[in-house]
Ligand binder design. Structure first.
Ligand code: NAD
Length: 487
């Protein structure tokens, strides 16, 4: 797919398009150049929106739901057929362990298949209203969706966003982070190969404050679906207000992982380790606050730290690697700054805590113990492999600490008492709660935030509904004339 000057162009109206500006991507794990990609400007966004609008009112409008379903299955098949290439692209672009990327790819495939089937559930309803009036409703696509995704899960977030929008009959202009556009661009190309009409999916990598903002404000965009930080989410809401655009926001998190003394620690400890260090901690749903009941606190911290030290950090392309590189040296500096701040605030480093020498942006799994929930490191999203471990006294105290944060994305509860598991799940203010189970996102199951973690949902029928408008049609079946003014 290479062109003379750009390895990757923009993807607009079913073809690769060169841009005036290019960017050299650096592979986070090696510090070496990886590819040269086009960077969209505002005129690229304008062209993409125009193509998406034309497809919405043209070829895509004429594509029946059964054909949309077939195309989504075909895209799932194409992801399977090209999984090796996609996995390597994502792993090298993000620095993420390829073992993690493979799991994410499997989920992407299932997600496309879920929405291929969910198309059958798009149906209005009909009710006789009494007298001679009959009501029925139509479910119609919202229109052109502007979708913005972050750098930490470029492929997963792209598939989460594309699938429900396509199922609903929307067309799309997607803006990946300009540092991590490769799998989104390849996915759009695969969609073209399997038969999605030109203009249905357009991809315009570019900087957020110019290209992203232009997309959000664009009068040709009907809905904005954003995944990223809470501060950018607030800015998106402000920008979308003028056009009364539909908005969904998937934002940051500082999620708690509650471990009660009656928990099965042989499951709780390794799962808690996975829950923070998966994807090198660069996950919105990372359980970065581990709350542990006081009597088992010291033992838990010791065992947790021992396990954290055994994780394999290194070359993301090696199958056994569990933690790859952080996204950049700059981000690693920020993460390390948080660790230093934690120490100043009174936390104790019991594992990791120092950047690794050599090329690449590696950072070891780090454990901060003796943390108080009021410390900055317990309240702010560090977005790296750094866990804070906080003691609690009893169930009430655990719930209080769990909720004492501005975010509400995810929580996990570990307990041997099933009744307590349900009780705590009901009291925690977050979009998802796991009981004795560390995983967070499943195809078909809604995922999203309470509080400042956002609103709206990804995945599931809930996300599909957010790409649909409901139109009420009311019909008179009376043979008599209707003459309200008696004229
Ligand atoms: P970010 O907000 O800086 O950027 C996210 C995307 O928004 C990027 O594509 C960026 O270019 C774009 N952007 C930035 N400023 C913009 C603006 N003014 N207008 C329009 N677009 C703009 O976030 P990030 O640092 O790239 O991503 C990490 C954040 O994403 C973390 O806070 C993480 O928790 C969150 N996240 C949330 C979820 C979820 O499902 N809730 C999933 C993944 C990541």
């Amino acid at each position: 797919m290479a062109t003379a000057t750009q390895d990757y162009g923009l993807w607009i109206d079913g073809e690769q398009v060169e841009a005036a500006e290019t960017r050299e991507l650096i592979e986070p794990a090696t510090g070496e150049p990886l590819a040269r990609t086009a960077v969209a400007g505002t005129e690229g966004v304008d062209r993409a929106v125009e193509a998406a609008r034309a497809a919405l009112e043209g070829a895509w409008l004429k594509t029946p739901p059964t054909e949309r379903s077939r195309l989504l299955h075909a895209l799932a098949d194409a992801v399977v057929a090209n999984r090796k290439e996609l996995a390597e692209l994502e792993s090298r672009n993000v620095g993420k362990a390829i073992s993690s990327v493979k799991a994410e790819l499997n989920q992407a495939v299932e997600n496309f298949r879920f929405y291929a089937s969910a198309i059958a559930s798009i149906a209005g309803r009909s009710t006789p209203m009494g007298g001679s009036l009959l009501f029925y409703s139509l479910k119609e696509p919202v229109g052109v969706a502007g979708q913005i995704v972050p750098w930490n899960y470029p492929l997963t977030m792209t598939t989460w966003k594309l699938a429900p929008a396509l199922a609903a009959g929307c067309t799309i202009v997607l803006k990946p982070d300009s540092a991590t556009p490769l799998t989104a661009l390849r996915l759009a190309e695969l969609a073209g190969e399997v038969g999605f009409p030109p203009g249905v999916i357009n991809v315009v990598p570019g900087p957020g404050t110019t290209v992203g903002a232009h997309l959000v404000r664009h009068p040709g965009i009907d809905k904005v679906a954003f995944t990223g930080s809470t501060s950018t989410g607030a800015e998106i809401m402000r920008m979308a207000a003028d056009g009364i655009k539909r908005v969904t926001l998937e934002l940051g998190g500082k999620s708690p992982n509650l471990v009660f003394a009656d928990a099965d620690l042989s499951s709780a400890i390794p799962s808690s380790v996975w829950s923070i260090y998966y994807s090198a901690g660069q996950s919105c749903e990372a359980r970065s606050r581990v709350l542990v009941e006081r009597p088992i606190y010291d033992d838990f911290v010791a065992q947790f730290a021992d396990k954290a030290k055994t994780l394999k950090v290194g070359d993301p392309l090696v199958a056994e690697t569990q933690i790859g590189s952080l996204i950049s040296q700059e981000h690693r500096g920020r993460v390390h700054g948080y660790v230093e701040r934690g120490v100043e605030e009174g936390a104790e480093v019991v594992a990791g805590g120092e950047p690794r020498e050599g090329p690449g942006a590696f950072y070891p799994p780090t454990v901060l113990a003796q943390v108080d929930n009021r410390m900055g490191v317990a309240q702010e999203e560090i977005f790296g492999p750094v866990v804070t471990v906080i003691p609690f006294e009893d169930e009430k105290d655990a719930i209080r600490i769990a909720n004492d944060v501005r975010y509400g994305l995810m929580a996990t509860v570990w307990t041997g008492d099933p009744a307590r598991g349900h009780r705590v799940a009901a009291r925690i203010k977050s979009g998802t709660v796991g009981i004795n189970m560390p995983y967070t996102a499943f195809p078909g199951i809604p995922f999203g935030g309470y509080k400042q973690s956002g609103f709206g949902r990804e995945l599931g029928l809930e996300a599909l509904d957010l790409y649909l408008e409901t139109k009420s049609v009311i019909v008179s079946t009376s043979p008599r004339p209707i003459n309200p003014f008696g004229l």
